[in-house]
Design a protein around this ligand. Structure first.
Ligand SMILES: N[C@@H](CCC(=O)N[C@@H](CS)C(=O)NCC(=O)O)C(=O)O
Length: 215
């Protein structure tokens, strides 16, 4: 089997380290035991070559031989088709996995990204705009809480849906935004205790630390 290539930035500031989305991909590759290596693209200069792989000038993208794919959800689905450790093959198990992947990205991350942008911007919390976003996020977490208190993983087995959902929730946990949601918090802790996550996270921290050392 040929080696997958995961491309991430050559450097990022301190704040996003440990949270850059290539981690989702490396986590999945580690879970599945699929061979891969990391390559870097410039954080500061995002030229035509970068845009030919990722049209928004973002990371990650995955290369498989002469095929290149972007969007972390799409990449995970591509990998899911290659390992039953990431997604079951039976149509119902597959559909459930895809359903929760979309939920992670389109129902939860859709709000959590706005919330983290507001948080990072230091906007006053005493505004109707802040309250609207904060309440919107609570609506999602309030519904997710009973789901995660009733099961270990989103579907019958750990899957790429859990990689996405746990990674989306993890950033909220960083800001203690899960403090009123013990099942969501416990789920993040369960997922991030997995050896595959621990390795992918340590590798990302080392990747950016090496860039600092070389500067
Ligand atoms: N929807 C994209 C989002 C990618 C994304 O936000 N990547 C971040 C790193 S985690 C990035 O490249 N940020 C720099 C930028 O947007 O300019 C995905 O899931 O792959």
């Amino acid at each position: 089997m040929s080696e997958f290539v995961v491309t991430t930035y050559d450097w990022v500031p301190e704040w996003p380290r440990g949270y850059v989305r290539d981690l989702r991909i490396c986590w999945a590759l580690e879970e599945a035991g699929l061979p891969y290596r990391i390559e870097s693209t410039s954080f500061k200069d995002r030229g035509a070559e970068h845009l030919s792989h990722q049209p928004f000038g973002q990371v990650p993208w995955l290369t498989d031989g002469d095929f290149s794919i972007f969007e972390s959800g799409a990449i995970l689905l591509y990998l899911g088709e290659r390992s039953e450790k990431l997604m079951p093959k039976d149509p119902r198990g597959r559909a459930e996995t895809i359903e929760w992947m979309f939920a992670a990205l389109n129902s939860v991350e859709m709000v959590s990204v706005i919330w983290t942008v507001f948080t990072g911007s230091g906007f006053s919390h005493d505004t109707p705009e802040w309250k609207r976003v904060d309440d919107f996020l609570d609506l999602r977490l309030q519904r997710l809480e009973p789901v995660l208190s009733s099961r270990e993983w989103l579907t019958g087995q750990f899957s790429i849906a859990d990689i996405l959902m746990a990674d989306v929730l993890r950033i909220l946990n960083r800001f203690e935004r899960l403090k009123d949601y013990p099942a969501c918090r416990a789920y993040v802790e369960r997922a991030t205790a997995r050896p595959a996550f621990v390795k992918a996270h340590a590798d990302q921290m080392a990747h950016f630390a090496k860039a600092d050392a070389a500067a």
